[in-house]
Design a protein around this ligand. Structure first.
Ligand code: FES
Length: 571
């Protein structure tokens, strides 16, 4: 690409006062004049924050990207965007995913940037950055922060999924608070994001399977020197992508999304993947529906043995060959001619990448579970859809009819769940309302609600649970999530009462409230919908504009993109 056609030259290539203003203030950072004369300017979009511990090493990672950019003849400029830390942000980091995506989109478009490297790690930082970048559509490459080293406690491997087990063990007295403290000290042993196939790892696999990263990106641990090598190579490559004009929309075609859905099934990825991939497709203009997730993952078994669906951790996945070996194992199901950011096809990138440890990565003939992926349920309880992750659920509960035990909201749940007088047994179906996008707001990860203490004491480890909320990618259980429409948006889930029968039929892809239509209409007529309680600020904007989960929970006015052209300038 000639200097003349570089987008950044609209700023730095100008003569007179305008060019002077654009260049002169940049020079206060010690930048020589020749850097402005037609080099690709590469933005490094950084979600570093000490409040996002999973991304706490990103300033170092950015230095590696910069080295690569400089080597390849570009000029790197690092800029911060809103960072979303999963563990600290209240009420839930998901409330801010769309806000962060707006920050990313506007920061890229408004500045003299020719190509972008997105530094992503903790759960929401990946989708928000990719969504924002899609709405601008410059050459874009993702570098993930990498997973933490495997946690250790009492001589055994632990990961984020154990948090749920520890919590139940403390509630039932199997584990002491002191032991919990020891586990806490051993869980997060290094920089990086959660080390199981939770949402962050699923997002890292998502961007790799979409073709947005260099091969192998997803599994290299954050603490491994090869993570920095990948970052440096990514810096080199983004300059070539600018020169070649390889934009996001040339990589993100429908077939790339299909590949990603199949890979998410093969790895037992997070249910949050559904919401984020739908939102990304909506930004780049690819037609994708929630039903595609069910149809496309039906033939894909679980070939990666990773927690929470299996036994191992991301570090093990790396040593076993990483995502290229997983993709190689299911290659007959993939569109191998999709182009990726390294300029090569998926087929080129995964050729010969066989599993190095069959306990961790198997193949289609000997999978760890015949069923995987995401099941999409329909029925009168979720007309627009609900999702369930079969590899994390109990086979015995896949066909189940039980009496509803209803919690009107999360506070109601917390008040009642351990009440010894709660009318509940192991066949009951727990229903949690008003934790959807509008109802909470922000759709928190509370769908895999803990079981009543009195049932835990009886040795019960799983029950059917239904909500309009989400579940942590590290969670497990027979949990129906993302029920849409949600209770706060007119969904039938709002009408469920204690004692109603609910039937879950996973094979038939149904979830039904066994209450006759006349009775339901009567309840609907007398149901009072809460109105948006927020009168100002971002929460009001969110509730007014967020779409339902089956559409990706993006804002209605953010769908699609506006390109990279800036039509007016003030200089
Ligand atoms: Fe950041 Fe799990 S808390 S990835």
């Amino acid at each position: 690409m000639s200097a003349k056609s570089l987008r950044s030259q609209e700023w730095f290539g100008r003569k007179g006062k305008d060019g002077f203003i654009y260049r002169a203030w940049m020079k206060n950072q010690g930048i020589p004049d020749y850097e402005f004369k037609g080099k690709p300017i590469i933005g490094i979009c950084n979600t570093w924050s000490e409040l996002t511990p999973c991304n706490g090493h990103f300033r170092e990672l950015a230095e590696s990207v910069k080295r690569g950019v400089l080597e390849a003849g570009g000029y790197p400029v690092e800029f911060p965007v809103m960072s979303l830390g999963e563990t600290l942000m209240k009420p839930t980091a998901m409330l801010f995913r769309n806000l962060a995506s707006m920050d990313v989109e506007e920061s890229i478009r408004a500045n003299p940037i020719d190509g972008v490297v997105l530094l992503c790690g903790c759960d929401k930082t990946t989708p928000s950055l990719v969504m924002g970048a899609c709405s601008v559509d410059l050459p874009t490459l993702v570098v993930s922060g990498g997973p933490m080293l495997t946690g250790k406690y009492n001589g055994r491997d632990i990961g984020t999924s154990d948090v749920w087990r520890f919590s139940e063990d403390v509630r039932t007295g199997i584990m002491t608070e002191e032991e919990l403290n020891l586990a806490e000290a051993g869980l997060c042993r290094s920089q990086g994001h959660c080390a199981v196939m939770g949402t962050a790892s699923s997002m890292a696999c998502m961007v790799e399977s979409l073709g947005l990263t260099l091969p192998g990106n997803a599994a290299i641990p954050a603490a491994d020197a090869n993570r920095k090598v990948l970052a440096q190579l990514s810096g080199r490559r983004i300059v070539e992508m600018v020169n070649d004009g390889l934009t996001l929309s040339s990589v993100l075609i429908r077939q790339a999304f299909e590949n990603s859905i199949k890979v998410n099934a093969a790895i037992g990825g997070s249910t949050n993947f559904v919401i984020h991939l739908l939102a990304i497709a909506g930004r780049i203009g690819v037609q994708l529906t929630i039903d595609d997730f069910d149809v496309l993952s039906r033939d894909i078994p679980l070939v990666a043995n990773l927690q929470p669906s299996g036994n191992y951790f991301m570090e093990d996945l790396y040593y076993a060959g990483g995502l290229p070996a997983v993709m190689n194992a299911i290659d007959k199901h993939l569109h191998k001619d999709c182009i990726t950011v390294n300029g090569r096809t998926v087929g080129d990138n995964i050729a010969g990448k066989v599993s190095l440890n069959r306990s961790v990565i198997s193949d289609l003939d000997q999978p760890f579970n015949e069923i995987s992926g995401v099941v999409v349920l329909k029925g009168n309880l979720c007309e627009a859809g609900g999702v369930l992750k079969p590899s994390a659920a109990s086979v015995r509960l896949m066909q189940h009819t039980g009496k509803a035990v209803v919690f009107e909201d999360i506070e109601d749940y917390k008040r009642k769940i351990d009440d010894p007088d709660l009318d509940v047994d192991e066949n009951s179906v727990l229903v949690l309302k008003h934790v959807g996008p509008k109802g909470y707001p922000g759709m928190p990860e509370v769908g895999n609600m803990g079981l009543p203490r009195k049932l835990l004491a009886k040795g019960i480890t799983d029950m059917v649970r239904i909500s309009d909320g989400r579940m942590s990618g590290t969670g497990f259980g027979t949990v129906v999530l993302h029920v849409s429409p949600e209770a706060a948006d007119g969904g039938t889930i709002a009408l469920v009462q204690d004692g109603d029968l609910i039937r879950l039929d996973v094979a038939g892809r149904r979830l039904d409230l066994l209450v006759d239509a006349v009775e339901l209409e009567k309840r609907r007529a007398s149901h009072i919908h809460a109105t948006n309680a927020f009168t100002r600020g971002y929460a009001k904007l969110y509730v007014d504009h967020v779409e339902q989960a089956h559409l990706g929970a993006d804002f209605d006015f953010l769908k699609g993109g506006s390109g990279s052209t800036v039509s007016r300038d003030s200089h």
